[in-house]
Structures are given as structure tokens and as C-alpha cells.
Design a protein around this ligand. Structure first.
Ligand code: UT7
Length: 328
């Protein structure tokens, strides 16, 4: 009996306040038609009083309930995020405290939108090292705290939310098996997608105020091309590695950044549109939360059924990208 990592439970949480494209029209020079045709986004959830920790906690509670497990059983907590409440302590350590736990391994992981899939692979490695590990893997972001609401080319794209998965070891025949993950990154084109403020290359000096470097900046076209190329290539690679083809894929769940990117990746891979999961219309781009929100949403809605082979494809700042195969 081989040891595999299995997803035992999934959950997601988004704040209640929701801005439609029409709402944004009131304070940004944009319109519903542009946002819909260029991105597929119709609305996004936005925090009022809640923080990244609150979103992560609520998603974690749901994932644990879905796994029929108690927080007490967890051995490791991993959180993919770049918009945690603070630089130190990590969101994972704060989450451990919120859940009433002590003496666990807790850490945040920074791989921008690929944060959850990167953390999933770290969890898989940890389970191989420690087969008794019970690991909470979260992706959570409050991106609206890092968008420049005067920059229409970025502020319409992002939303807030969190998703979580509970992983433990299992055997080959059990559902939720993470068959494999492939990751990659390239620092060359990294300046196409940045959040520079709070980093040491922008030291705070007396009298400074927050400037443009504090916000998400993106060369949209460049990022778009790289996203389509890299997600397609790494998805093909992982399928090939397991002697699978697009025909074997029951559900393709790409990072929910832009409907045009999602559809282009599906088309290039040869996965029919009806097998491609989309919820970018409801949540916008939630970065590291996008894949776990997608998994939980697709499972809850029945889009991912028992026995389905699910192909994840992710992409984000770094630049980072990756792909996972999961048998539900
Ligand atoms: O999760 C991280 C990964 N991020 C992504 O995957 C995002 C990748 N990039 C994209 O999704 C697209 O590049 C965008 C949706 C960001 C932009 O779409 P685009 O087709 O590349 O548009 P553009 O930036 O070339 O802008 C076209 C026009 C410009 O006007 P002119 O110069 O042609 O007159 C912009 O000023 O659209 C204008 N524009 C807007 N108009 C109304 C830009 N943003 C807006 C807006 N509303 N919000």
C-alpha cells in the first residue's frame, strides 16, 4: 500500500459585501461591458471590517467540518498569501492561535496566485516525510487592500476571499488522491507583476507616505501571454508524465484570473468548454485563494463529482506556475 496525500475536506469563505461592475462604474472610469468582455468578471467580494486572518479562519472551519475532523488533530498549517494581516507574525501562526492550537508547524508561503498549489506540493512532501501528518492548506487574500482604486486597469480585476483543504495520508484507492503536482517559476519577467511596497527595496523614510509602489502593478498583456503559455505547457507535461491525455480529464480548473485566459488554456489543451470550471464571474481574481475557492465551490455545486479526474492549472507573480492532478 503506497502512501499518497489525500484531500479530506474543502471549504471557502468570501466577505459579504459584493461590488458588481455597475457599482465600480460609480467611482472608477470603467463600465460593465469592458470588464465583462475583457475579463468575464461580473462581481467581486470586498472586505469591510474583516482581515485576511478572518477569511482564512472561516474557510478553515468549513474545510475541517467537511473533513469531519477537529482542529486539534492538525499537525501543520500552511497558508499561501501575500496579503496577510502583517508581515510578522505569519497568517498561519495567527490562525493556529485563533484555532486554539499550540506547538504545531505553521508557515505562510509566498508564490502569489500560485501560493495554494505551491503549498499543496509542500504538504505532499511533508506527508511523505511524516505519514501521520494532518495538514491544513489555505489560500487567502485581501487583494482590495493592495489595489489602487484610481488605476482602472487593475482595480476591477481583484476580489477578496479564502479557500482551504485538509490533507492526510491515504492509500491508492481512496478518493481525493493528489496524484502529482508540477511547479515552475521564472524570475526573468518578474517585474511584469509586482507589489513592491513593504519590501526592503522601498525602505520607509521619515515623512514618507504610501506611494504607487504599495499597489499591485501589472503589464496585463505580457502577463496574459505568459499565463496562457505556461499553464498550457505545464498541464500537458503533467498529463504526459502519467500517460494521460486531455480526454481523460473530467474537470479542468484553471486559476480564475480572466475568462479569456481560462478559455484559451482549455482550448489549447483540448479540454471541451463544458468540462472547464469557471467562477471568475462571481469572485474576480482572488490570487492564492482562487484555486481552493474553485475546488470547494466546484465540489459543493456538484461540478466535480465522485471519481472525477481534476486537472488544476495555476499562474501568478514571480512569475510562478504549476499544475496538479487530483482523483476525487
Ligand atoms: O493573477 C495574476 C495574473 N493576472 C492575469 O492573468 C491578468 C492578465 N491580463 C489580463 O487579463 C488583461 O491583459 C487585462 C484584462 C488586464 C487587460 O485586457 P487587455 O485586453 O490586455 O486591455 P489593455 O490593457 O490593452 O487595455 C485596452 C484598453 C486601453 O485603452 P486604449 O489605450 O486602447 O484607448 C485601456 O486604457 O482598455 C482600457 N482599459 C479600460 N477601459 C475601461 C483598461 N482598463 C479599463 C477598464 N475599463 N477597467
Amino acid at each position: 500500500m503506497s502512501t499518497f496525500s489525500h484531500i479530506r475536506g474543502l471549504g471557502f469563505y468570501v466577505p459579504e459585501l459584493c461590488y458588481s461592475n455597475k457599482d465600480l462604474e460609480k467611482f472608477v472610469d470603467t463600465n460593465d461591458e469592458w470588464i465583462t468582455t475583457r475579463t468575464g468578471i461580473k462581481q467581486r467580494h470586498v472586505v469591510e471590517d474583516e482581515t485576511c486572518l478572518d477569511l482564512t479562519y472561516n474557510a478553515a472551519v468549513k474545510a475541517l467540518a467537511n473533513a469531519e475532523m477537529e482542529a486539534e488533530e492538525l499537525t501543520h498549517i500552511l497558508v499561501g498569501t501575500f496579503t496577510g494581516d502583517m508581515l510578522i507574525p505569519s497568517t498561519a501562526c495567527q490562525l493556529m492561535e485563533r484555532m486554539g492550537l499550540k506547538n504545531r508547524v505553521a508557515m505562510d508561503l509566498s508564490a502569489a496566485c500560485s501560493g495554494f498549489v505551491y503549498a499543496l506540493e509542500v504538504a505532499r512532501a511533508l506527508i511523505n516525510l511524516h505519514p501521520d501528518a494532518k495538514i491544513l492548506v489555505c489560500g487567502a487574500e485581501v487583494l482590495t487592500s493592495r489595489v489602487n482604486w484610481e488605476d482602472r486597469s487593475t482595480c476591477v480585476l481583484f476580489g477578496d476571499g479564502a479557500g482551504a483543504a485538509v490533507l492526510t495520508a491515504g492509500n491508492d484507492s481512496e478518493p481525493g488522491k493528489v496524484i502529482d503536482t508540477l511547479l515552475s517559476s521564472d524570475g526573468g519577467p518578474s517585474m511584469n507583476l509586482t507589489v513592491q511596497g513593504s519590501g526592503s527595496s522601498f525602505p520607509y523614510k521619515m515623512g514618507d507616505t504610501v506611494g504607487d509602489e504599495y499597489f499591485i502593478k501589472m503589464q496585463g498583456r505580457e502577463v496574459y501571454k505568459h499565463a496562457v503559455r505556461s499553464m498550457t505547457a505545464i498541464s500537458n507535461e503533467i498529463l504526459k508524465r502519467h500517460n494521460l491525455t486531455a480526454e481523460d480529464v473530467d474537470v479542468l480548473l484553471p486559476h480564475q484570473a480572466n475568462l479569456r485566459i481560462i478559455e484559451a488554456v482549455g482550448k489549447k489543451l483540448g479540454v471541451p468548454r463544458e468540462k472547464v470550471f469557471v467562477n471568475v464571474d462571481k469572485f474576480g481574481n482572488t490570487s492564492a485563494a482562487s484555486i481552493p475557492i474553485g475546488l470547494a465551490d466546484a465540489r459543493e455545486s456538484g461540478f466535480i463529482k465522485d471519481g472525477d479526474l481534476v486537472l488544476l492549472a495555476t499562474f501568478g507573480g514571480g512569475l510562478t506556475w504549476g499544475s496538479s492532478l487530483i482523483q476525487f
